[in-house]
Design a protein. Structure first.
Length: 402
């Protein structure tokens, strides 16, 4: 995970959990007051849970319907805008490199911050509004980190931590609040280890403990309610991409894929993990379904998912079924999907070009082979490979001339 920085140490629904804890301690009449305890209402918590499930499962029509009701009743409260942020974030997730949702996300988070700050001035120390601020700043930090705006990411992350740590005695009461601590412990160490240039931005942050962070996230995944899915998401990425333990990542990925079968991000990550472990027979069904949904235009199933699915299926056809013609058909789709989003540095794109070029050359389809070698010569990630591609292209042109 290249860009989480410290804004990732919070998630949107921390406030929901805080509300649930305080509802147990406050008198019923006090807990029901809309201006100080909106999320203490058990009925509202149930409805929020439905909205969140719709969001994770990419049923945004139902999620939007639930959100409109929430916004209609509580338009001057920060909660609806935080929930909106969660919805927009997951719309972004299939292709985080697209900027089309940035303004919508930032507008929702800025509105949540504005309203929470106003209420906190009226009720200094109210933990509900401090958690809203922590969550909103955390998501802003995460977005700016994805955009590699490191100063903004660090500043928003610092703000998020300030509001979270201000009520440390509250967050320690429940396993739910281990989520923020777990992410902070892990990434406050991982970031400077992997991005030395960012160390000056982190000098004022407390150092964490990576192993403790993983253990905290594991506990959240086992025992939490609201934070469980986000803990699963981060454990998958940590085990798969940072800790090189794909078998552990797959266990969590399978759970998310089975419980939210229409989430394209969970779908393709689970498929990728099966592929990377050589479990090609298990991989085929989710890969075929991934490709079908891309071709049918399902929400969130975009070119990235198409690139993954076609490469995985092409690899299986080539190395497991020994059907190179079928493999090339998939590889050519991989190339098309990658070029549609200008993902020229993608390893799958370049591997597909190489396989198609070699096959076309063996079939004496020099036109196709030259086209692939020309792309490799232009976009190859290594100088040696670019040089080899140019050499092969010249060789094929000479063959044609002779």
């Amino acid at each position: 995970m290249r860009t989480l920085i410290l804004g990732s140490c919070l998630w949107l629904l921390t406030a929901c959990v805080a509300g649930k804890l305080y509802a147990q301690e406050l008198p019923p009449a006090e807990a029901a007051r809309l201006d100080t305890g909106l999320i203490y209402d058990p009925l509202l918590q149930t409805e929020l849970s439905d909205l969140i499930d719709y969001t994770y499962n990419y049923d945004f029509a139902k999620a939007e319907k639930e959100w409109k009701w929430l916004h209609y009743r509580y338009r001057n409260h920060p909660l609806p805008y935080l929930v909106k942020g969660l919805m927009v974030w997951w719309k972004m997730m299939p292709n985080i490199d697209k900027y089309r949702y940035d303004d919508e996300l930032l507008d929702a988070l800025d509105k949540a911050i504005e309203l929470a700050e106003e209420r906190l001035k009226q009720e200094p120390g109210n933990p509900e509004y401090q958690f809203y601020l922590a969550a909103a700043y955390g998501y802003k930090g995460r977005l700016y980190a994805e955009r590699e705006s490191w100063v903004k990411a660090a500043w928003n992350g610092k703000q998020a931590i300030k509001y979270l740590r201000r009520e440390k005695e509250v967050t320690s009461l429940s396993v739910e609040f281990l989520f923020g601590d777990g992410l902070y412990n892990y990434y406050s160490v991982w970031i400077p280890e992997n991005y030395p240039s960012l160390r000056p931005l982190l000098v004022f942050f407390e150092k964490g403990d990576k192993q403790k962070g993983i253990e905290q996230l594991e506990e959240v995944a086992r025992n939490a309610f609201y934070t469980r899915i986000e803990a699963y998401y981060f454990l998958i990425r940590i085990y798969a991409l940072e800790e090189n333990q794909p078998h552990k990542a797959t266990r969590y990925a399978r759970y998310l894929y089975e419980h939210y079968p229409n989430n394209p991000y969970f779908h393709r990550f689970y498929t990728m993990l099966l592929f990377l472990q050589g479990r090609l027979q298990e991989m085929e069904q989710p890969a075929q379904e991934l490709l079908r949904r891309v071709e049918d235009g399902w929400p969130g199933y975009e070119e990235i998912s198409g690139r993954y699915a076609t490469y995985f299926l092409g690899y299986k056809a080539q190395h497991y079924e020994h059907n190179m013609r079928r493999a090339v058909e998939f590889y050519q789709k991989t190339i098309a999907y990658a070029e549609a989003i200008e993902a020229y540095d993608s390893g799958y794109y370049q591997a597909a070009l190489q396989e198609v070029a070699q096959w076309a050359e063996s079939q004496k389809n020099y036109k196709l082979a030259k086209a692939c070698y020309a792309k490799l010569a232009k976009y190859g990630n290594e100088r040696k490979k670019r040089r080899e591609a140019r050499k092969k292209g010249r060789k094929l042109r000479k063959i044609e001339e002779d």
